[in-house]
Write a protein that binds this ligand. Structure first.
Ligand code: SF4
Ligand code: SF4
Length: 457
């Protein structure tokens, strides 16, 4: 099988060996969860519970009207202790519902179930509208990135040719997708088939980087034995070169189909839907078991992590409690930085009391060597950043526009197309803080454009 790829990119040290061989362990007997009310890309939710309420596992606890919303559910049964702002994995304070575990009192000697799941639903029999409603009701969002609502992604306004399962997992250190493909290949294949059915796509492709070759025979076996492929659905594995950011939606689509998502466009513009591996498994559970998205897998690792792990934890579990349970461990003396997410696109946070969220793919405990901070030097115009940029803009020129506040020029060069992958910063010999400038610059440019739009009304 020939490995495909995209132009540009970088090769940061993979650092996956620490956790790639470790089976996923489930965290049990969680005492308390801190569930952020807003974990998705879209309009804010309102809590549906109040302090003192008893909630079951899987019960909806926050929701709102509107297409760009997905409900949030209790990830354990217990009492709502507080509803208050707490620091979230994006390092911002936001409203959280704090639930303390409690078993219900027996009635006539019988303890009723503490789960509140939906009835199973067959996605291959129900209508598209019913399937999308189930995905929303289960609170499913893209679990690899910004938390985009999955029911919106799966209602494209254009015909879809390919469903692509994103098994690239190109961020260094992270191995939870790799472990999921190894341990649950049947669910990955079933998730692709469900997505194909919903968006009416003729082909499903599971994209895997070369550094995860050992997952391929397992996926191929699951494809061959799937009742969906036996009934005629076309699903295959595609090998990709190991390169960062191979798992970016646009890079994945270009590598596999040769098509380029236009500037400002979406995958559906070139007939593609890309799904995260964890999201596919969450969809399978939502249909098969009626289970909402109340837990997720994540990798905990890094140079200051003395017990790396791949873990399934209830949404809202403070990472400190995963440590307390002994599933992972950290050397506090060696610890210099904590990152929620991967090292290239993750967010540095002040402590590990911050809870696991729907989009927390990993937590990194970084030591001195990994967390080294370089002072910026003057650009030497070497062009390395330009060669590394997967969307082929000139990061050096873009940085000048952002630094001088020339946002018209920055937009022209492609500021809003920047996917914030950090490849340019990684390869820059002058240690220019390029991606950091672009993150801030994008926010400023969006604010400017919003104001312009308001004034034009
Ligand atoms: S300019 Fe943006 S997209 Fe290009 S390499 Fe830098 S961070 Fe990545
Ligand atoms: S890689 Fe760094 S030094 Fe080289 S051109 Fe880009 S910004 Fe300048």
């Amino acid at each position: 099988m020939t490995a495909k790829t995209f132009r540009g990119g970088a090769h940061p040290p993979e650092q996956k060996d620490r956790s790639s061989g470790l089976a996923v362990e489930r965290l049990r007997d969680v005492k308390q969860v801190v569930i952020p009310v807003n974990q998705h890309f879209g309009a804010p939710l309102q809590p549906l519970v109040k302090v003192g309420d008893y909630v079951k596992r899987g019960q909806k606890i926050a929701d709102a009207d509107g297409r760009m919303t997905v409900p949030v559910h209790a990830s354990l049964a217990g009492i709502v202790k507080k509803i208050e702002p707490r620091t979230q994995s994006n390092n911002l304070d936001g409203p959280c519902i704090i639930i303390e575990a409690k078993q219900p009192e027996p009635v006539d000697g019988v303890v009723e179930s503490t789960d509140d799941f939906m009835p199973p639903l067959d996605p291959f029999v129900c209508s598209k509208e019913e399937a999308l409603a189930r995905i929303r009701a289960a609170g499913i969002v893209g679990m690899g990135g910004a938390g985009f609502p999955t029911h919106v992604k799966l209602a494209p306004s254009k015909p879809i040719s390919y469903v692509i399962a994103n098994g690239a997992e190109c961020e260094p250190y992270l191995t939870i997708d790799e472990r999921t493909m190894i341990e649950r290949p049947e669910d990955v294949v079933e998730g692709v088939a469900i997505t194909m059915k919903i968006v009416n796509a003729p082909e499903g492709i599971i994209a895997v980087e070369e550094n995860k070759m050992h997952a391929i025979p397992l996926l191929e076996k699951a494809i061959a034995s799937s009742p969906r492929t036996r009934a005629g659905m076309k699903i295959r594995v595609q090998l990709l070169k190991t390169k960062y950011p191979q798992g970016g939606e646009k890079m994945l689509i270009t590598a596999i189909t040769g098509k380029e998502v236009p500037s400002g466009g979406l995958p559906m513009d070139v007939g593609c839907v890309v799904q995260n591996i964890g999201t596919l498994c969450a969809m399978v559970e939502a249909f098969r078991d009626g289970k909402p998205l109340i837990e997720r897998g994540l990798t905990i690792t890094g140079g200051a992590c003395t017990k790396p792990a791949n873990v399934i934890a209830p949404i809202g579990t403070p990472v400190a409690d995963i440590i307390a349970a002994g599933l992972t461990a950290v050397d506090d003396e060696a610890l210099r930085r904590i990152i929620y997410g991967g090292p290239m696109m993750g967010v540095a946070v002040p402590n590990y009391a911050i809870p696991v969220q729907k989009n927390t793919s990993g937590v990194l405990f970084m030591n001195e060597e990994e967390a080294v901070h370089y002072e910026e030097e003057t650009c030497i115009r070497c062009g390395r950043c330009m060669r590394a940029c997967p969307i082929r803009i000139s990061p050096a020129l873009l940085a000048v526009s952002v630094e001088t506040g020339d946002y018209k020029e920055a937009e022209k060069i492609g500021l809003l197309d920047c996917i914030e992958c950090g490849s340019c910063s990684f390869v820059c010999p002058a240690h220019r803080h390029l991606v950091q400038k672009f993150r801030v610059g994008k926010q400023i440019l969006r604010t400017i454009k919003q104001k312009e739009a308001q004034n034009a009304r």
